[in-house]
Design a protein around this ligand. Structure first.
Ligand SMILES: [Fe+2]
Ligand SMILES: [Fe+2]
Length: 272
């Protein structure tokens, strides 16, 4: 039985890091306990001496908890890479603390996020790995697999990033597939109920259905075993295809905020 199925069966203790994938390549949830339903998930991948932290969060609200959870798995100074799926403060504000812990760490971000990230307050001469908008950037891991970096334009940052972890089949999506749910659980059990907490976030944060559908078409061919968003809950394999199809059809952002005029609607109705 895979790790997520066994967590679904036996329960999850989010007072500790949660192992989501095990073996010589491990994936952990290292997120925080938060009173706000706008809670943030950080993740850690340990693959030999490559240790990759994703979206570590803000200094005041997340850093002490995320650092403590990382420290219970590996020495925090052994984090070799930090992936910033975009540069919002709930994702990236704690970067100066992490760079202090390991000044040799490599930051992975898209070029447009890289322009903005140093404003959180760390030296420009840190190490960077630019995740190309051409979606051909990978990080090779000691186990022989790769992390593939896939951009998600205008979802919601103009050059937002996501990551496909080949070994686990996990798609780490940043704000895409985020959910705001006061009754938060780490793992989605009922998709139809969970979808109701996914829709409002996407309607107001994501640019348009064209952007969502374009991204879903890019990632749908991947053998996705789970979706790991930065807010909300991990979507296990049995719900992945439903989740992709649902998001592909969702109108959002400018589709709704700049509706067609009555005249445009009338003309398109006449021309049907
Ligand atoms: Fe964001
Ligand atoms: Fe976010």
């Amino acid at each position: 039985m895979d790790q997520i199925s066994s967590l679904m069966r036996n329960g999850v203790n989010t007072d500790e890091p949660v192992l989501l994938y095990s073996g010589d390549h491990q994936v952990y949830w290292v997120g925080s306990e938060e009173a706000s339903p706008f809670r943030c998930n950080a993740y850690l991948i340990v693959d030999g001496d490559v240790r990759v932290l994703f979206d570590p969060g803000s200094t005041m609200h997340h850093f002490p908890q995320v650092k403590k959870r990382v420290a219970s798995i590996i020495p925090p100074e052994s984090v070799t890479h930090i992936v910033l799926h975009h540069q919002d403060p709930d994702v990236s504000d704690s970067l100066p603390e992490w760079v202090k812990i390991n000044p040799e760490v490599t930051l992975v971000a898209t070029p447009r996020a890289r322009v903005l990230l140093p404003y959180f307050g760390f030296p420009h001469d840190v190490k960077w790995l630019d995740a190309s908008p051409n979606d051909n950037t990978v990080l090779e891991l000691p186990s022989g697999s790769v992390l593939g970096f896939i951009t998600a334009p205008f979802l919601h940052f103009p050059e937002a990033l996501t990551t496909f972890d080949e070994a686990s089949g996990f798609l780490l999506t940043g704000d895409i597939f985020a959910a705001i749910d006061p009754a938060w659980k780490l793992l989605v059990s009922d998709w139809e109920t969970h979808w109701r907490s996914v829709v409002p976030f996407h309607v107001f944060y994501m640019a348009s259905n064209r952007a969502l559908a374009g991204y879903i078409d890019k990632v749908a061919p991947f053998p996705i075993k789970a979706i790991l968003p930065q807010h909300g809950s991990v979507i296990p394999e049995q719900h992945v295809r439903k989740a992709l199809e649902a998001l592909r059809e969702l109108p959002c952002g400018v589709d709704l905020l700049y509706p067609a005029s009555n005249l445009e609607s009338a003309i398109s109705a006449l021309l049907k």
